[in-house]
Design a protein around this ligand. Structure first.
Ligand code: S3P
Length: 185
């Protein structure tokens, strides 16, 4: 059984690194937000607008319990997932949890690079976004820190840097390269 669960704040690189790690080791990849969107046939901003954050958190809890039961999975969670209900305890029971830890500046830069719409970060002014990130991190770090592993993440703005972080994650998790990758080397 291989269950790897990536957590950390919005813009930490959970989806980017999770997808690349999954590809490197031939393990199915799931992103919890995408899973929720496809199961509910609604976007995350739509769910927030229609059911509020509380409705979203309930859905997130239920969907986490579906995906984290799969036998072979790399799962990237939403930034808030470990911080509600007993989710972090459940995640630690289910698999290898990794906190992708990045500074507010790196998180901000990644969020600017991506196109994803985030209902909890709607401010336009950089200073206001940074202040929200800092306040959220204060509240959330006690949950993130409960992950079994932590990996520091710097700016991921090219493939070399992404590959270097994937190599660090593979070493941290003791993952061997897949037979297909070995053949190709
Ligand atoms: C959230 C993070 C988002 C998404 C939702 C709420 C949060 O996921 O689940 O907008 O509370 O931090 P990403 O971390 O993948 O952006």
């Amino acid at each position: 059984m291989t269950r790897i669960i990536l957590l950390g704040y919005m813009g930490a690189g959970k989806t980017t690194l999770g997808r690349a790690l999954a590809k490197a080791h031939n393990i199915p990849f799931y992103d919890l937000d995408w899973y929720i969107e496809s199961r509910m046939r609604k976007t995350i901003p739509q769910i927030f607008a229609e059911q509020g954050e509380e409705g979203f958190r309930r859905m997130e809890y239920n969907m986490l319990h579906e995906v984290a039961e799969f036998d072979r999975v790399i799962l990237s969670c939403g930034g808030g997932t470990p911080c509600y209900f007993d989710n972090i305890t459940y995640m630690n029971q289910q698999g290898e949890t990794i906190y992708l830890k990045a500074s507010p500046d790196v998180l901000y830069a990644h969020l600017q690079m991506g196109k994803k719409e985030r209902p909890l970060l709607k401010q336009r002014e950089p200073a206001a976004v940074l202040a929200t990130i800092q306040a959220h991190l204060q509240e959330r770090e006690p949950y993130y820190r409960q992950a079994k592993h932590t990996l520091s993440v710097n700016l991921l703005d090219n493939f070399e840097k992404i590959n270097a972080s994937v190599a660090q994650l593979s070493a941290l998790l003791n993952l061997q390269s897949s037979p297909i990758d070995r053949q190709n080397k």
